[in-house]
Design a binder for this molecule. Structure first.
Ligand SMILES: Cc1cc2nc3c(=O)[nH]c(=O)nc-3n(C[C@H](O)[C@H](O)[C@H](O)COP(=O)(O)OP(=O)(O)OC[C@H]3O[C@@H](n4cnc5c(N)ncnc54)[C@H](O)[C@@H]3O)c2cc1C
Length: 412
């Protein structure tokens, strides 16, 4: 039996970040992942500015190495397309200069990004990484958790467990008691394409808010070598109630919609079309308990409007690493003490999650969405706020204030 003070289940973005944070605080940990890296993960592959910001805080050298990673595409903005098919380009930074400004957004296949993070773990002296081991049994004892593999030939004893094993975490369901609720959960699918035409010259990511998907959207995210990540997501209750087959809906839309049909005329799907769940942070949940903390998708913390989960997983991971250090120094792993983790996560991400949930409710109405888009095309202030939705949380707050809409009407 391996013994450690902290065991992290899952070496995805959330778990890897928790391990990096612990390493940089001089605390050793064990990380166990059922996959052997490099491994794929179904995702849109969009990395927001939060990713670099979080890594910068843990270790600027890691952020620097990510900036140099060649497998990613630098993205300079977002193209929003309304249900009425009006389109609006919003750069992440007004009047950006590609030669002088550092890009704020990236698109990077998860097989590369997650492997980049795991490589960082491999060079961290305080991290022991075990790949190809699935942890499926959790037994709490008086002095720690015993975590065992499904085959029974691998066991770790840890004083504290950081649970970062993704959207299908059995720990989250069975120990933390958090269940999938279709109105607070989304289904997503994606495939890689080559040869899609009409991409933005500065690799803007595209969000097409099609009427039938609201508040979800169809995305086209540009990748290096002329590839694109193409997918769609939809709330799980809508998928169930409308009996939608997302895979058929995506391929039919690309074939039959006149705009997409033209752009995908020469395009070829170069991967399988795969799906996965998005546990949304639409409501507050208890994220810790005696001797454990939930991180990333295992904590149901994906942004309910943008679908962004990687940045949030990194933020949770960093907070969990710091909280683990505090618990170890106080020798206190009680549920009451670990409440500080929940408080920190919701202090940092809570306002943003609440606003995103309100926005998700707002964009369910195609007419309101179309109206906002028309205004945005005429009004720079609104364009700036929409642009900020993905990158600056404070400005996003403006969208939920009634006074903001009055001002827009008066300035029309
Ligand atoms: C279709 C789709 C599109 C998305 N697009 C975006 C996007 O563009 N941008 C964005 O920011 N987010 C996006 N997301 C969300 C994003 O993918 C997740 O939020 C992110 O992967 C969460 O990271 P994580 O580390 O919490 O979990 P994961 O990335 O799922 O990592 C969990 C790790 O745990 C391991 N594991 C699982 N079970 C066990 C076990 N029993 N024992 C040991 N190890 C285990 C897995 O092998 C995996 O490596 C998308 C999600 C979907 C489904």
């Amino acid at each position: 039996m391996i013994t450690t003070s902290v065991c992290i289940i899952g070496a995805g973005p959330g778990g890897a970040t928790a391990a990096l944070q612990l390493d940089r605080l001089g605390i050793s940990c064990v990380v166990v992942d059922k996959a052997v890296f490099p491994r794929d993960k179904v995702c849109g592959d969009g990395l927001s500015g939060k990713v670099i910001t979080a890594l910068e805080k843990i270790d600027p050298a890691v952020a620097g190495r990510l900036r140099l990673l060649v497998e990613k595409e630098n993205s300079w903005g977002v193209t929003f397309v309304s249900p009425g098919r009006q389109s609006m380009d919003v750069p992440y930074k007004p009047n950006y200069n590609k030669q002088e400004d550092a890009p704020l957004g990236f698109v990077c296949k998860r097989i590369h990004f997650d492997n980049f993070m795991v490589d960082e773990l491999k060079r961290s002296l305080n991290v022991r990484l075990y790949e190809g081991v699935s942890i499926d049994k959790y037994t709490e004892e008086a002095d720690g958790y015993i975590l065992t593999s499904n085959t029974g030939d691998f066991a770790v004893k840890a004083q504290l467990v950081i649970v970062a094993n993704g959207a299908h975490s059995s720990f989250t369901r069975d120990v933390a008691g958090i269940r999938m609720e279709p109105k607070y959960y989304a289904a997503g699918i994606r495939a890689y394409y080559k040869g899609v035409t009409g991409m933005h010259a500065d690799s803007f990511i595209e969000l097409h808010f099609l009427k039938d998907l609201l508040p979800g959207y169809l995305w086209i995210f540009p990748l290096p070598n002329g590839e694109a990540n193409v997918g769609m997501d939809m709330l799980s209750d809508a998928v169930r109630d409308r009996k939608v087959n997302l895979k058929t809906l995506l391929t039919d839309t690309l074939k039959n919609d006149p705009i997409f049909a033209e752009r995908f005329k020469q395009a070829e799907m170069v991967s399988s079309l795969d799906g996965y769940g998005l546990p949304l942070g639409s409501k507050k949940r208890r994220l810790s308990g005696s001797r454990y903390m939930l991180v990333g998708d295992a904590a149901f913390i994906i942004d309910p409007f943008t679908g962004e989960g990687i940045g949030n997983a990194l933020y949770c991971g960093a907070i969990a690493g710091k909280q683990a250090a505090a618990c170890l120094s106080a020798k206190d792993f009680s549920a009451e003490t670990l409440l500080a983790y929940d408080e920190d996560v919701y202090r940092v991400l809570g306002p943003e999650l609440r606003l995103s949930y309100k926005l998700q409710q707002l964009v369910k109405y195609p007419r309101l969405f179309n109206w906002l888009m028309k205004m945005g095309m005429r009004n720079k202030q609104l364009r700036d706020v929409i642009s900020s939705m993905f990158y600056e949380v404070d400005l996003r707050k403006k969208l939920t204030r009634p006074s903001f809409y009055f001002k827009l009407l008066l300035n029309r």
